[in-house]
Design a protein around this ligand. Structure first.
Ligand code: SF4
Length: 401
């Protein structure tokens, strides 16, 4: 590795294929798998065009879409291509997202062989009723089988994704799902609230009144259940939706960082990251850019030897401040006050003191060791708190329950 480069950037590869679209999903993917070979060739071309990047990387994240619908030989080719075109150190976190029903034990062994050292399985729920509602292609048994295959293939760093906040879901239902997941001792859990995105079948069902979403209070109750269950089982909530198991001998929270997703933390730091594949986003301060969200255009551009960028923007100082507050408050460490003051040339106490004082009294925010962070209770109200910080308002009833 070139010693003059800081090793902190992440490389994301968006695999835009799925066996079937889930009702709630607005990620870019197609169900026609016939272009997989062409896609892999195109990603290697994209790497070639970006090979002079001044960044040094320490993560590769194969996400999607459903990376596990791509034959493992292609996954290996993508990883080799990444390592061959960009600057990596010895210690690289390589994650693949896998959906139950699309990867067997042999694929898991092949991923290990290709250098993947972290696996994230899109379980979403252990309730078949919930899986059907979400129109997932797998069953709860297939989810359990995928976890077993991964463990037998030697994955020691395994994460599970879950979704909560489904219509009618009770705190008991959610607790059962969480206990079921924890029973497999995953090193990592990502728990996302169901959202009703415009343009998705579920979004349409909501607009047509065919489903009744849970109200905010009910979702907040589920959030609390999640915090209680996962903390009882030794998981650290290091970001609003992400929980990492503390290593067995950890005595302090700082020692518990090893099962955090190194790659995902780059989005909240924010550290530089490069995204390859259609719709993938890149961020290298102060520029953000994103690729075209269309597979044919993506392939055609790379065929011509042109980067498939849809657009880019340079963030203003105000936009960067807003994003920093929002992203940092998502994390357990929160805002590093002296650093924020240095970067943005502001006096934290002068600018936010009044609002923060009230939040601290309400046990929504805390300040310790020059850091300002959300309390477990405050994490339930991130959006409202950030909005009020930005507007420097103190109408607490907007965030209190
Ligand atoms: S498998 Fe994932 S990416 Fe594919 S449609 Fe379902 S939620 Fe979206």
């Amino acid at each position: 590795m070139n010693e003059s480069k800081a090793t902190s950037a992440g490389l994301y590869i968006h695999i835009p294929f799925c066996t079937r679209k889930c009702a709630y999903c607005d990620f870019f993917s197609v169900t026609d798998l016939s272009l997989i070979n062409a896609f892999v060739d195109a990603v290697i071309c994209e790497m070639e065009l970006l090979r002079d990047s001044p960044l040094a990387f320490d993560t590769i994240y194969l996400g999607g879409g459903t990376p596990s619908v791509v034959p493992p030989g292609h996954i290996s080719r993508l990883i080799k291509g990444a390592v061959g075109h960009f600057d990596f150190g010895d210690d690289v976190e390589i994650t693949i997202e896998v959906n139950p029903g699309t990867a067997d034990r042999q694929s898991m062994l092949d991923y290990r062989q290709a250098g993947v050292n972290r696996i994230n399985i899109g379980v979403q729920s252990f309730s078949n009723t919930a899986l059907r509602f979400l129109s997932r292609i797998h069953t709860a048994d297939e989810a359990a089988a995928a976890i077993t295959h991964a463990r037998r293939a030697g994955f020691l760093n395994l994460g599970l994704d879950l979704i909560y906040g489904l219509p009618g879901q009770s705190p008991d239902d959610w607790q059962k799902d969480l206990e079921h997941a924890v029973g497999f001792s995953p090193e990592h859990l990502s728990c996302y609230t169901l959202t009703y995105e415009k343009g998705t079948p579920l979004g349409k069902m909501k607009a047509d009144g065919q489903v009744e979403p849970l109200d905010d209070d009910a979702v907040a109750d589920l959030f609390k259940v999640m915090q209680n269950v996962l903390s009882r089982h030794g998981y650290e909530q290091y970001e609003i939706a992400n929980f990492a198991k503390m290593p067995a001998k950890a005595e302090t929270a700082d020692q518990g960082t090893s099962f955090r997703s190194r790659h995902n933390q780059k989005y909240w730091t924010p550290a530089p990251y490069i995204g390859l594949g259609p719709s993938a986003h890149s961020f290298v301060e102060p520029e953000r850019r994103w690729n075209v969200a269309d597979l044919h255009t993506y392939l055609a551009r790379l065929e011509e030897g042109v980067l498939p960028i849809e657009a880019s923007e340079i963030l203003t100082q105000e936009q960067r401040l807003t994003e920093t507050l929002y992203l940092k408050l998502r994390t357990r460490e929160g805002i590093d006050i002296p650093r924020l003051e240095h970067i943005f040339g502001l006096d934290f106490e002068e600018r936010y003191g009044n609002v923060i004082k009230d939040f601290i009294q309400e046990d929504l925010l805390a300040i310790d060791d020059q850091r300002c962070f959300l309390t477990p209770r405050g994490m339930r109200f991130l959006d409202g708190i950030v909005e009020m910080l930005l507007n420097q308002r103190t109408e607490l009833q907007k965030v209190k329950r």
